[in-house]
Design a protein around this ligand. Structure first.
Ligand SMILES: Cc1ncc(C[n+]2csc(CCOP(=O)(O)OP(=O)(O)O)c2C)c(N)n1
Length: 639
C-alpha cells in the first residue's frame, strides 16, 4: 500500500533512517506525529500489538536519528514494540500486512531487514545480545555503538539480570535503554518495579539530578580530572539519594529518568550518552498507548488488538458472544474450584489476562500469583507450593514453558511433585508466528519421568480435567490445549476424562477398515471431517481420538490398528517433538509397519498467519490430508 503524501508528507518522503538524520527538530516532531497516526490508522484496521508501539514512537525516532543504524547495532527486547522501527526502516508500505500470512512479522525478523538484528519474541534476551555484539566489536577492534531497548517488565527477567551481572563485569561500551512505562501486559509487579517507581517519584533526587546534568555533567569544557571527580561525586550523591542504586551497583552508569516523549531531551541526552565509555543504563519514561486516548486509559485492553474503531477504540460489533475461549474456560473453572477448595492456588508468569485469570485474581488476590516474566521461578515456586500442601495450577503458555524445561524436570518431575500444568496456546498459535509456536511441549513432556499428559479434544474436556486435576495428587500432571474458541453449548457436554481409552468413531461397523485416523487432542475435528470425505469416495475409516497421551492406552490402539489396513496420526506439534512419534515408538512391530504417515509440522520455523492458513500450508488440513491419503493409496495400488 502506498502511503498518502497529503496525509503523511514527511513519512512518505523517507525510506530509511538516514533520511531522517537531515531533519530539523520541528520536522522530527512532525514525523513522530505522522508515525503515530499511521500506526493508529493501520493497526486499528488490521490488528496487532498497539499500546507498546504508540509508546516508543519518539524513542525510536531519536535512536535512529542519533545513532548510525544499521552500522550501530540496535536491539529490541521482545520485539512487540517494533512497529515504528519497521516503519522507519523501509517497511512502512507493508505495515498493513503485519502478522498476516506472507506479510510482515509482528516481531523483529532478520530475514526481513538488516535493521532487525535478532528474531525475538521472548522477553529478557536483549542485554545478553547487546553484550555479545559489543564484545564481538571489541575483539574485531571495530568502533560502533551497541544499544538495547528493554521494557520495565522484561528487565525483571532472570536472564536480563544474568546479563547485567555479566555486563558490569565486562565493562565494555554499551547502552541499555530502559523503556519504563510502568506496565507489563498487565500492571507490572515486583520489587524491581517498586524500585523504578521510587526513582521516578523521588522529587528530591530528580530536582538534584536535573541541576546536576545542566550545570556540571554536560559541560563540554570540563577537564578530564574534573569530569572524573564529577562522575565520582554524582555516584556518591546517587548512592546517598537512591539507597542501593541498583544499576550502579551492577557496574552500569545510571542516567535518568528522562521523558521519552520529548524529542529534544531524548536527542540531547542520547547524543551525549553516545560518547560516554563503559556500560550505561539510560532510564526513559514513556506512556503505553500514547496519543490514542482509550489506550492511554486502558493499556491492558489495548496491548494487542483486533480491528477496532480508530476514532473511539470500540470493537466493531457488540454482538452477544456465543463462544468461549479455552483460556476463559480455565478462568471460570478455576473460580469454581477456588471457591470450594482453599488449597487451590494459581501461578502465572505475567500472563494474567491472556491466561483468562483476571476475574480469579480479582476474587482471590492472595491465591493467584503473578510472578512477573519469570517462567523458571514460576515452575520451581509451583513445585514448592505442591510440596507445601497446596494445589498449584501452573498456568503458562506452551511457548514460555520452553524456558523452564529444566525446572519441570529437576524441581517438579524428578521429585514427583503434584504440580498441575495448565498449558495454553499449545500447537500452532497463528499470527504471533515462529517465536510463539507451542509445537514442542508434547514431545519434551513425554520424555520427562512421572508427568501425566492430557490433550483435550474440546472445551468440555478441559473443564472436566481441571476438576480431575484438583483431586489428582499422585504425580505432576499436564493439560495442553490450543488458542481456540468453543461454542458455549459445549460446556454442558459431560465427558469422563479419567478413562484413558481413546474414543473410537465409526461411520459404519465393519470387520476391517481401510484406514485408522489417530488424532491427538484438538485434531479430532480434522479426523472426523476427513472420515466423512473418505466415506463419500467409498473409503472406510475409523477415527481413534486420543486424549490421554501419557499414559496411552496401547492395547486399544493395537486393536484398532489390527483391524485396519493402514493408519495415520494427526497432531498439532512438531512431528519430531510429538506425542504421535512417542506413541508410534511404543507400538508393536506389526502395527508400526502399517504406519502410513504422521501429519504434523516439519522441523522448520513455522511462520505467522491464521491458524487455518498455517495448518493448511503444512498439509494439516482435512483437504490436504485426504489428498495425501489418496495419493498413498494410489501408490500402493500401483506397486
Ligand atoms: C519469556 C516471555 N514471557 C512472557 C512474554 C509475554 N509478554 C510479551 S510482552 C510482555 C510485557 C512486556 O512488558 P515490558 O517489558 O515492560 O515492555 P512494554 O510492552 O511495556 O514495552 C509479556 C509479559 C514474553 N514475550 N516472553
Amino acid at each position: 500500500m502506498e502511503i498518502k503524501k497529503k496525509q503523511y508528507p514527511l513519512l512518505s518522503s523517507i525510506e530509511k533512517p538516514e533520511d531522517i538524520r537531515k531533519f530539523k527538530l520541528a520536522e522530527l516532531q512532525q514525523l513522530s506525529q505522522e508515525v503515530r497516526n499511521y500506526i493508529i490508522e493501520t493497526v486499528t484496521e488490521v490488528g496487532g500489538h498497539f499500546a507498546s508501539n504508540l509508546g516508543v514512537v519518539e524513542l525510536t525516532i531519536a535512536l535512529h536519528y542519533v545513532f548510525d543504524t544499521p552500522r550501530d547495532k540496535l536491539i529490541w527486547d521482545v520485539g512487540h514494540q517494533i512497529y515504528p522501527h519497521k516503519i522507519l526502516t523501509g517497511r512502512k508500505e507493508r505495515l498493513p500486512t503485519i502478522r498476516k500470512f506472507k506479510g510482515l512479522s509482528g516481531f523483529p525478523k532478520r530475514e526481513e531487514s538488516i535493521y532487525d538484528l535478532y528474531n525475538t519474541g521472548h522477553a529478557g534476551t536483549s542485554i545478553s545480545q547487546l553484550l555479545g555484539e559489543a564484545i564481538a566489536r571489541d575483539l574485531k577492534k571495530e568502533n560502533y555503538k551497541c544499544i538495547a531497548v528493554i521494557g520495565d517488565a522484561s528487565i525483571g527477567c532472570g536472564m536480563a539480570f544474568e546479563a547485567l551481572n555479566h555486563g558490569g563485569h565486562l565493562q565494555t561500551d554499551c547502552l541499555v535503554i530502559l523503556n519504563d512505562n510502568d506496565m507489563s501486559i498487565s500492571k507490572n509487579v515486583g520489587a524491581i518495579n517498586q524500585y523504578l517507581n521510587k526513582i521516578v517519584t523521588s522529587q528530591f533526587y530528580n530536582k538534584w539530578r536535573k541541576r546536576w546534568y545542566q550545570f556540571v555533567y554536560w559541560m563540554p569544557i570540563l577537564s578530564s580530572a574534573l569530569k572524573l571527580f564529577s562522575e565520582k561525586f554524582e555516584k556518591a550523591v546517587k548512592d546517598f539519594l537512591l539507597p542501593g542504586s541498583l544499576f550502579e551497583d551492577f557496574g552500569f552508569r545510571y542516567i535518568g529518568p528522562i521523558n521519552g516523549h520529548n524529542l529534544k531531551d531524548l536527542i540531547d541526552v542520547l547524543s551525549r550518552v553516545k560518547n560516554i565509555k563503559g556500560p550505561i543504563l539510560l532510564h526513559v519514561l514513556t506512556q503505553k498507548g500514547k496519543g490514542f486516548q482509550p489506550a492511554e486509559k486502558d493499556p491492558i485492553e489495548y496491548h494487542s488488538i483486533s480491528k477496532i474503531d480508530k476514532n473511539n477504540g470500540n470493537h466493531p460489533s457488540n454482538k452477544i458472544k456465543n463462544t468461549i475461549s479455552f483460556s476463559e474456560i480455565v478462568g471460570k473453572t478455576l473460580l469454581e474450584i477456588f471457591r470450594k477448595n482453599e488449597r487451590a492456588v494459581a501461578i502465572t508468569p505475567a500472563m494474567i489476562e491472556g491466561s483468562g485469570l483476571r476475574e480469579l485474581y480479582n476474587k482471590f488476590p492472595n491465591r493467584v500469583f503473578d510472578v512477573g516474566i519469570a517462567e523458571q521461578h514460576a515452575v520451581t515456586f509451583s513445585g514448592a507450593l505442591a510440596s507445601g500442601g497446596m494445589i498449584p495450577y501452573m498456568c503458562i503458555y506452551s511457548t514460555f514453558l520452553n524456558r523452564a524445561i529444566d525446572q519441570v524436570i529437576q524441581d517438579v518431575a524428578l521429585m514427583n511433585l503434584p504440580v498441575r500444568f495448565v498449558i495454553d496456546r499449545g500447537g500452532c498459535v497463528g499470527p504471533d508466528g515462529e517465536t510463539h509456536q507451542g509445537l514442542y511441549d508434547l514431545g519434551f513432556l513425554y520424555a520427562i519421568p512421572n508427568i501425566k499428559i492430557y490433550a483435550p479434544a474440546n472445551g468440555a474436556e478441559l473443564r472436566n480435567f481441571l476438576f480431575y486435576m484438583e483431586e489428582y495428587d499422585n504425580s505432576p500432571i499436564a493439560i495442553r490445549f490450543p488458542k481456540a474458541e468453543e461454542p458455549l453449548s459445549i460446556l454442558s457436554l459431560n465427558v469422563d476424562v479419567k478413562d484413558i481409552t481413546p474414543e473410537m468413531i465409526f461411520l459404519e461397523d465393519l470387520p476391517k477398515y481401510q484406514i485408522a485416523i489417530l488424532t491427538i487432542g484438538i485434531t479430532r475435528e480434522i479426523g472426523i471431517q476427513i472420515q466423512k470425505e473418505l466415506q463419500n469416495i467409498q473409503i472406510s475409516s475409523v477415527v481413534c481420538a486420543i486424549r490421554w497421551v501419557k499414559p496411552v492406552d496401547l492395547i486399544s490402539l493395537e486393536k484398532i490398528i489390527s483391524k485396519s489396513d493402514a493408519f495415520i496420526f494427526i497432531e498439532d506439534s512438531y512431528e519430531f517433538a510429538s506425542a504421535s512419534q512417542c506413541i508410534l515408538e511404543q507400538l508393536s512391530k506389526e502395527s508400526k509397519s502399517k504406519h502410513l504417515k504422521t501429519f504434523a509440522f516439519p522441523s522448520v520455523p513455522i511462520e505467522h498467519g491464521t491458524r487455518k492458513e498455517i495448518m493448511d500450508h503444512y498439509g494439516i488440513s482435512p483437504y490436504k490430508i485426504k489428498e495425501s491419503i489418496l495419493n498413498s493409496f494410489k501408490k500402493i495400488a500401483s506397486t
